[in-house]
Design a protein. Structure first.
Length: 157
């Protein structure tokens, strides 16, 4: 309650309640709005296989990985594709200035025949290349039977 005293002897005192109902209404509407919008917003994350880029020391002698955990990466570069399976790097150069998608798909299908239980792959792309080249590489990975595709940011090594 608010009380105003003006120090006058003949004046009357004013008792007044502060109406906080509109403020409570505003706060309840804001809380409900924030709860509803929080349900629809979600944080997305690109997952990159930590087994591929994990820290290793050369002093460690680790057993060879199971066939499904062999490092598999496709690099999209300005001169063409590069397919890395294990420690073997296979370049697939451009033909007539265009990416050789048929050779890439053939190479990916060969990898799938060697490692039929392998479903994941990491794809990298140079920063200067158009987005279409990344999507084309991902489409070829899906056609070859690798549905679990991770995108490594920062360009190809």
């Amino acid at each position: 309650m608010a009380h105003i005293d003006d120090n006058s002897s003949n004046g009357r005192t004013v008792n007044m309640d502060v109406n906080i109902v509109p403020f409570i209404d505003l706060m309840s509407v804001l809380v409900i709005f924030l709860l509803i919008t929080a349900v629809w917003s979600q944080v997305s994350m690109i997952q990159i296989g930590s087994s591929i880029y994990g820290k290793r020391t050369e002093a460690e002698d680790s057993p060879p990985p199971p066939r499904a955990e062999v490092a598999f990466r496709v690099d999209v570069k300005s001169f063409g594709y590069q397919v890395l399976i294990g420690r073997k790097l296979t370049p697939i150069p451009k033909l007539n200035g265009k990416y050789d998608e048929d050779s890439l798909l053939e190479n990916l299908r060969t990898v799938k025949k060697l490692y039929p239980e392998k479903n994941d792959c990491v794809i990298t792309v140079e920063d200067e290349l158009p987005y279409e080249s990344l999507v084309t590489g991902m489409d070829n990975l899906l056609k070859a039977g690798f549905p679990e595709i991770s995108i490594a940011t920062g360009g190809a090594e």
